[in-house]
Design a protein around this ligand. Structure first.
Ligand code: NAD
Ligand code: GLY
Length: 375
C-alpha cells in the first residue's frame, strides 16, 4: 500500500507526516531521524504496548541504538505532573542524554505528555510521534502543542514543541474501539467545517466507510485533515491568529468535558456537541444559514456523535467558557461558521450564549447522568 507524506513547513522545525497502512514496522521511516541519536526512549501506555510496541521495537532494532521503554498507565487522568515526573525519573535512571530520541507511541494523551517531556528533558531533546488513535493522527500529533492537565484546567501547562516526524499508521486504527474512532471523526469533521467545503462533502459521502475503518477512506481522511492542519500551523505556529480556528466546537466542548467531569464524554464527543452548539450560535448571530447548520448536525449524528447539550445549567457553561484559553479578561471568544468551509473567531456576549443554550434545552442548573451515546 502506498505511503503518502504531508510536510509541515516550519523552516528549521519542518517535518514530515507519513500516512499509510503498516507504517510502524518500516525501519526506513525512522532511520533518517535516528542518525545523531545516542539512544531511543519509547513512551507508550499499558493498552498500546501489547498491541504495537513489539513491531516498533523490531523496526528500531535496525538502528542498533539502545532502546529504553517507558510504559505509562492509560487514561486522561494520568496526564499530569506525577506521570510526567515518572517519565523524567525513568529517563534519568536509564542515563538518557541530550541526544536521546523520544518516541511517543499512543493516542493524544501519550503524545502530549511525551512531547512535553521532550521539550523539558535536558532543556529539549528530539521526539517522534506515532499516533495510534484517529484523533491523534489528525490533530494531537500535528502542530507541536504539548502539555499536561492541571487540577484547575485542561492542557493548562505545556509548550509548543514540534516533533521531528509523525508516523500515522492507519491500519492500527482497526483495534481502536468504535466510540474512540467516532470521537476522532469529530476532529476530521471540524477541520473540514472550518476550512474545506469540498472535503466536508467528501466526508458526508464516506461517513459509513470511515466508521467501518475502510483503509482507503481512512488514509484519504487523515491526509486531507493533516494537509489543512499543516497549512494552518505553518501560517500561525503559536496561535496568534488563524490557528485558533482549529478550536471550533472547543469552547462549548471544554465546558462540557469539565462540567461533566473529565472522562465522562470523550474529548471528540464533547467537541462534536460543541460544534453543534457553535453552529447554532453562528445562525443566531447571523453568520450562517440554517441549512448549513442542519447539514453539520446531520453529519455529526451520522458519525454517532452527541449533538444535544448536557443540561449542566447555563450559568455553569458560562463560568467554564470564561476560563477557556481564548477568553480575554472574562470576555468569551467563540469560533463561528460563516459557511461550511469558512470560520472566524468573534467575541460573544453572555446573553447570546445563554439564548443559544436555552434554545438547546439547557435551562436548569441541575446535572444528571449523561451517556453521550444517547445524545
Ligand atoms: P487517548 O490518548 O486517551 O486514547 C484513547 C484510548 O485509546 C486510550 O485508552 C488508549 O490507550 C487507546 N488506544 C490508543 N491507540 C489505540 C489503538 N490503536 N487500539 C486500541 N486502543 C488504542 O485519547 P485521544 O483521543 O487519542 O487523545 C485525547 C488527548 O489528546 C487529550 O488529552 C487532548 O487534550 C489531547 N489533544 C491534543 C491536541 C494537540 O494539539 N496537542 C489536539 C487534540 C487533542
Ligand atoms: N488542536 C488545536 C491546535 O492544535 O491548535
Amino acid at each position: 500500500m502506498a505511503i503518502t507524506t504531508v510536510q509541515v513547513h516550519l523552516g528549521p522545525r519542518a517535518y514530515p507526516i507519513h500516512i499509510g497502512a503498516d507504517l510502524i514496522s518500516r525501519a526506513d521511516l525512522y532511520a533518517p531521524h535516528l542518525q545523531g541519536a545516542s539512544s531511543i526512549a519509547m513512551v507508550t501506555n499499558t493498552t498500546v504496548e501489547p498491541l504495537y510496541a513489539q513491531r516498533v521495537r523490531a523496526a528500531l532494532a535496525a538502528s542498533g541504538k539502545r532502546l529504553i521503554q517507558i510504559v505509562l498507565p492509560d487514561g486522561e487522568a494520568y496526564k499530569n505532573w506525577e506521570t510526567l515526573n515518572a517519565i523524567f525519573e525513568q529517563l534519568l535512571r536509564a542515563r538518557a542524554d541530550r541526544a536521546t530520541m523520544l518516541i511517543a507511541l499512543g493516542g493524544g494523551v501519550v503524545g502530549d505528555m511525551t512531547g512535553f517531556a521532550a521539550a523539558c528533558y535536558m532543556r529539549g531533546v528530539p521526539f517522534i510521534q506515532i499516533p495510534t488513535t484517529l484523533l491523534a493522527q489528525v490533530d494531537a500529533s500535528v502542530g507541536g502543542k504539548t502539555g499536561i492537565n492541571h487540577r484547575l484546567g485542561k492542557n493548562m501547562i505545556g509548550a509548543f514543541y514540534q516533533p521531528s516526524a509523525v508516523i500515522a499508521d492507519t491500519r492500527g486504527l482497526r483495534t481502536l474501539p468504535e466510540r474512540e474512532r467516532c470521537a476522532g471523526l469529530s476532529e476530521v469533521i471540524k477541520t473540514a467545517a472550518i476550512a474545506d467545503c469540498v472535503f466536508f462533502e467528501w466526508i458526508e459521502a464516506q461517513i459509513e466507510a470511515l466508521r467501518a475503518c475502510d483503509e482507503t477512506a481512512m488514509i484519504e481522511a487523515v491526509r486531507r485533515a493533516c494537509e489543512i492542519k499543516a497549512r494552518i500551523v505553518a501560517a500561525d505556529e503559536r496561535e496568534r491568529g488563524m490557528r485558533a480556528l482549529l478550536n471550533f466546537g472547543h469552547t462549548f466542548g471544554h465546558a462540557i468535558e469539565a462540567g461533566l467531569g473529565y472522562g465522562q464524554w470523550l474529548h471528540g464527543e464533547a467537541v462534536g456537541c460543541g460544534m453543534a452548539l457553535a453552529a447554532d450560535l453562528s445562525v443566531r448571530l447571523g453568520h450562517l444559514d440554517e441549512a448549513a447548520r442542519a447539514r453539520l448536525a446531520r453529519l455529526l449524528q451520522a458519525a454517532r456523535l452527541p449533538v444535544r447539550a448536557p443540561a449542566l445549567g447555563a450559568d455553569r457553561y458560562i463560568d467554564l467558557m470564561r476560563s477557556d484559553k481564548k477568553a480575554n479578561a472574562g470576555q468569551i471568544h467563540c469560533i463561528v461558521l460563516k459557511r461550511l468551509g469558512e470560520a472566524l473567531m468573534t467575541p460573544v456576549s453572555v446573553a447570546d450564549v445563554k439564548v443559544c443554550l436555552e434554545a438547546n434545552g439547557v435551562s436548569t442548573s441541575e446535572q444528571r447522568e449523561y451517556d453521550p451515546r444517547i445524545y
